[in-house]
Write a protein that binds this ligand. Sequence first.
Ligand code: NAG
Ligand code: NAG
Ligand code: NAG
Length: 399
Amino acid sequence: MAVVHQKTRVLCAMMMLIFICFVMVVSRNLGQHKANIQKVRVPSNRFWRWWKWSDSFWNREQQQLDLIYNPILKVTPTNDVEWLPGWLNDTQALKPCDPDNRVFSQVGDYNTLPQRFQDFLLYMRCRTYPILINQPHVCDNRPFLLLAIKSLVPHFDRRQAIRQSWGQAGNVANRTVVTVFLLGATTSADHFPDLSGMLSHEVELHRDLLQWDYRDSFFNLTIKETLFLEWFSRHCSNAHYVLKGDDDVFINTWQIIHYLTNLPEVLTKDLFVGDVIQNASPHRDHRLKYFIPKSVFVGEYPPYAGGGGYLYSGSLALRLNKVSQQVALFPIDDVYTGMCLRKLGLVPEKHRGFRTFDVDKKYWKNPCVYKNLILVHSRTPQEMIQIWSWLVDPDLDCQ
Ligand SMILES: *[C@@H]1O[C@H](CO)[C@@H](O)[C@H](O)[C@H]1NC(C)=O
Ligand SMILES: *[C@@H]1O[C@H](CO)[C@@H](O)[C@H](O)[C@H]1NC(C)=O
Ligand SMILES: *[C@@H]1O[C@H](CO)[C@@H](O)[C@H](O)[C@H]1NC(C)=O
């Protein structure tokens, strides 16, 4: 009897111990959980500091897009309606492709800005323009590399030189290469001659032109970028890689294919390489081509690859197309692409083969210099054909 009693007492004590242990473990976990929650919570003062509306037009447009596309922030204004500034409410009714008359009052120095800014700001929200010339089947034979070249209608000779040299479509180094030229409209309003007859002939002959109905100008190159990405998503989404560049660069297509063929698999999906510019800020001198006034944009530029040419994966092109909806159009196209990459959490990578600032002039006529380069800016049509003839020469010896 006494033994049984003793056993029960031991059992009780053990159960008690287990219970205490259990309680300790649970309470410790709970404590950690609480600490985690506290760590994650954004201090409200920082949150509100961020929500100071910018005085610069682009930044404010971007804040507004952030508000629309951020599910957490999106809830906030419904709880606190007065917090919505009046001008944000205005825009609900605004059609994106109507002239945005808010700019006259909201961009303080609108009337004194250079004409190109006035034009840009007035239509900054418009992203849809009709396609005039399409090549919906150009990618039917899955391209390994799509060369998408920004051109202007009058640049017939540049396009022809590209076709006869580095932009030869078809089979290159046993890979399928497709070339398309991206055009906007050049109208009599900008004093362009009427070249539509010649353009129709070129379309018939080569079937490699894409044209949209918007004014082809320097500040509208960003539209060229977004319209191209949209076109790519619709008509060429199977392409493995894209090189987007200008029509005054020389590209060593073989070197690109060689580089891509030897690229480690893990690097292919997020590939974005070019001549990357870091820590750049807007130029405030109004005489410069890249001048950006403070009333339009403040802040630093994200790392971006110079627009002369950059190379990226088809998979990334699709993601850029989607994310571009969340980034307000910026008048400098390559900076804009950098902004889209940043939105995706990616950073473009510098590759020494991209020479958008050219090679030393004393090497210009040296065929071997071009052998290991990917891109060099700028070259005339004649130079493109000459350099290509050096590269195809089987006797070229660069040892
Ligand atoms: C937005 O504008 C509409 C009509 O213009 C008005 O009825 C509404 O109260 C406004 N909302 C806010 C939050 O200002
Ligand atoms: C060419 O490419 C095909 C398919 O990618 C491959 O099967 C073939 O071996 C390649 N030929 C040469 C000569 O590399
Ligand atoms: C961009 O194109 C649109 C449509 O043609 C035009 O209204 C606008 O003025 C152009 N912007 C610039 C900066 O040229």
